[in-house]
Design a protein around this ligand. Structure first.
Ligand SMILES: [Zn+2]
Length: 99
């Protein structure tokens, strides 16, 4: 699944979240981009709830253990299945002045 640069609209393959610190540069327009924080949070939350709930309700697994298992699963599955679905955003730099 390819993603599009929100600045130049060309399709790019973004690096893994773990491979960059604050932003990465679009290979076409060199615009500073990052994955959308809201998407990162929402996918993690949705995945953890989806896995934890049936484990606790039907599997009668301790809720803390179920949550730890789903977080671990998400950690390993995210780079493969979720990161390509995150929206990309343009990183804006605010000049530090008048401080
Ligand atoms: Zn671009």
């Amino acid at each position: 699944m390819s993603q599009h640069c929100p600045h130049c609209q060309q399709s790019i393959s973004s690096p893994l979240l773990s491979r960059y610190e604050d932003f990465f540069a679009c290979p076409h327009c060199h615009c500073a981009l990052a994955h959308h924080e809201a998407d990162i949070m929402l996918y993690a939350l949705a995945f953890i709830i989806t896995i934890t709930t049936p484990l606790v309700v039907f599997g009668e697994v301790n809720s803390l253990i179920a949550m730890a298992l789903s977080m671990l699963a998400y950690h390993f599955l995210r780079p493969k299945f979720f990161e390509s679905r995150f929206r990309l955003r343009i990183v804006k730099f605010f000049p530090i002045e008048n401080i």
